[in-house]
Design a protein around this ligand. Structure first.
Ligand code: FCB
Length: 439
C-alpha cells in the first residue's frame, strides 16, 4: 500500500470524552431502560482529560491518522451562544494529534444533538439544516486556522440516525417503525449536509484552500436471503434507501428522500453547489444484512448472515462485504474513499485478530482492483460507550478498566501494529504482504 496510506483509529466525542454537556443523549441515558446495561456516559473513558495517553497509544500503534468528532453541545451551549473554551480544548487535543505525527480527521456531527436543539425537535426541527450549517461554519472557521484540520466530515452515518431514531427505536426519540419521520429525517440530514457544504465553500474554505469536506456513511452489503426475485428486488430497494439516497443528495444537491410507507420528500438544491458536494467518501463497514420480501409493510424482513462467526453483539463477521461495498461505491461515485470505521465487539479478544486480518485482506483485494482507498481507521482505539448498549460491548484494541480508567492494549493491538508495519513496507498494490498468523 502507498506510503501515505492513512492507517489509524477512530473514536467519537460522546463515546469517550466524559463530563458531557446536556444533549439528547444525556437525557436519553437518564431514562430508565434506554441503555441496556444501565450505564451512562458521565465518565465514558475520560478522553477529554486523558487524551495524551490515548494519542500516544495510537501513535505507537503506527497510526498516521486519528479520527474524532466535536461535541456540538459543548460548543454551542445554547442557541447562537458559542463557547470559545470548548474550541480551545479541541484545539489542544488536535494539536496533540499533530504533535504525535498523526493527521486529524474530524467529524462535525456524530449522532448527538445539544439539548436545546433536541427540545425543538432535533434533526426534525424545521431549522435544523440552517443551524447545522451555522455551527459547521463556526467550527471549521476556528479549527482549520493554521491548517490544523484539513479533512472534515459533516455527518457520521446519517442513515443510521434516520433508522435508529425512527425505525429501530434505539436512539432518541426512540420511535419505532415510523417511516414518515425516518423519511423526514433523511430529508433533513441531506439538506443539512448540502447547506453546510455550500456555506463552508462560500464563507470559510476560500481562506483554507487545502481543506477537504466529505461525509461518512454506514454501508451494508444487502443480500437477498433466497434467489426469489422478490427478495432480490427488496435487496436492491434496501440498498437504495439505506446506503444510497443520502449520498446521492450529498453528491448532487438533489434530495429525493423516501422509505416504504412514506410519501416522497424532495427538493432540488443543486444550485447551491458550484462544484461537487464532497471531496471524499467516508465508509463505515460492519457487515452484511440478509433481506427477505414480506407482504406486509415495510415489505422487508432483515436478519444477520449465518455463515460467519458472530461477535459479542450477535453480528456476523463478514469480511467479503468490505470488498463488495468498496467496489460498488467506487463504481458508482468514483471518489477517493476512506474507511472511517471497521471493528468488532469482542470482550476477550478471541475473534478480533482474525477480524482484522481478514478485513485488511478484503481491503487489499479492493485496492488491487483499483478502488482508491486512502486510509483505514479501526473502530476503536479503546473500549467506549456503545450507545444503547452502554459500556458492555468492547470494541477497543485497548481495554479500559472502568474502575481505574487504566488502559491495557489487547493482543489485537499488537497484531494491528504489526500488520500496519508489514503492509506499509510492502509498497505495492500487486503482492499481498506475508501476513503471518502468529502475531
Ligand atoms: C457505528 C458508529 C460508532 C460505533 C460503531 C460500533 O455505527 O458510528 O459510533 O458505535 O458503530
Amino acid at each position: 500500500m502507498k506510503n501515505n496510506f492513512l492507517w489509524g483509529v477512530a473514536n467519537a466525542a460522546f463515546q469517550v470524552e466524559g463530563s458531557p454537556k446536556p444533549s439528547d443523549w444525556t437525557a436519553w441515558t437518564e431514562e430508565k431502560g434506554r441503555i441496556f446495561d444501565g450505564s451512562n456516559a458521565e465518565k465514558a473513558t475520560d478522553f477529554w482529560n486523558r487524551y495524551e495517553e490515548d494519542l500516544k497509544l495510537a501513535a505507537d500503534l503506527g497510526s498516521k491518522a486519528f479520527r474524532m468528532s466535536v461535541a456540538w453541545e459543548r460548543i454551542e451551549t445554547s442557541e447562537g451562544v458559542f463557547e470559545k473554551s470548548a474550541i480551545e480544548q479541541y484545539r489542544k487535543i488536535i494539536q496533540a494529534v499533530r504533535a504525535h505525527g498523526m493527521e486529524p480527521l474530524l467529524t462535525l456531527h456524530h449522532f448527538v444533538n445539544p439539548l436545546w436543539l433536541a427540545k425543538k425537535g432535533g434533526v426534525l426541527a424545521p431549522d435544523f439544516p440552517e443551524l447545522f450549517a451555522r455551527f459547521s461554519v463556526f467550527v471549521v472557521g476556528e479549527l482549520s486556522k493554521d491548517d490544523l484540520v484539513l479533512q472534515w466530515s459533516t455527518f457520521n452515518e446519517p442513515n443510521i440516525v434516520a433508522v435508529a431514531c425512527f425505525l429501530a427505536g434505539e436512539f432518541p426519540p426512540g420511535a419505532k417503525n415510523d417511516f414518515k419521520r425516518a423519511t423526514q429525517a433523511t430529508f433533513q440530514l441531506s439538506r443539512a449536509h448540502i447547506l453546510a457544504v455550500s456555506a463552508l465553500r462560500k464563507e470559510v474554505l476560500p481562506r483554507f484552500p487545502k481543506v477537504k469536506v466529505g461525509i461518512v456513511i454506514h454501508l451494508r452489503d444487502f443480500q437477498p436471503k433466497t434467489r426469489n426475485p422478490l427478495d432480490r428486488l427488496i435487496a436492491k430497494i434496501s440498498d437504495w434507501t439505506f446506503n444510497r439516497q443520502i449520498l446521492k443528495a450529498a453528491l448532487t444537491g438533489k434530495i429525493f428522500a423516501w422509505y416504504p410507507g412514506s410519501k416522497f420528500y424532495r427538493e432540488d438544491l443543486s444550485h447551491l453547489y458550484d462544484r461537487k458536494g464532497i471531496d471524499f467518501l467516508g465508509i463505515n463497514y460492519y457487515g452484511r444484512t440478509m433481506v427477505k420480501f414480506q407482504w406486509t409493510p415495510p415489505f422487508v424482513a432483515i436478519s444477520e448472515g449465518e455463515d460467519g462467526p458472530k461477535n459479542d453483539m450477535g453480528w456476523e463477521i463478514y469480511p467479503q462485504g468490505l470488498e463488495n461495498v468498496l467496489c460498488d461505491a467506487h463504481r458508482r461515485y468514483g471518489l477517493p474513499i476512506l474507511i472511517t470505521e471497521n471493528g468488532t465487539a469482542d470482550h476477550d479478544d478471541s475473534r478480533r485478530p482474525e477480524f482484522i486480518r481478514e478485513h485488511l485482506r478484503a481491503l487489499k483485494r479492493a485496492i488491487d482492483k483499483g478502488v482508491p482507498v486512502e486510509g483505514y481507521l479501526h473502530w476503536s482505539l479503546t473500549d467506549n460507550f456503545e450507545w444503547a448498549h452502554g459500556h458492555k460491548p468492547r470494541f477497543g484494541l485497548v481495554e479500559i478498566d472502568y474502575a481505574t480508567m487504566a488502559r491495557k492494549p489487547r493482543p489485537s493491538y499488537y497484531l494491528y501494529q504489526k500488520l500496519i508495519r508489514e503492509y506499509s513496507t510492502h509498497d505495492t498494490a500487486i503482492h499481498a504482504p506475508d501476513v503471518s498468523k502468529n502475531a
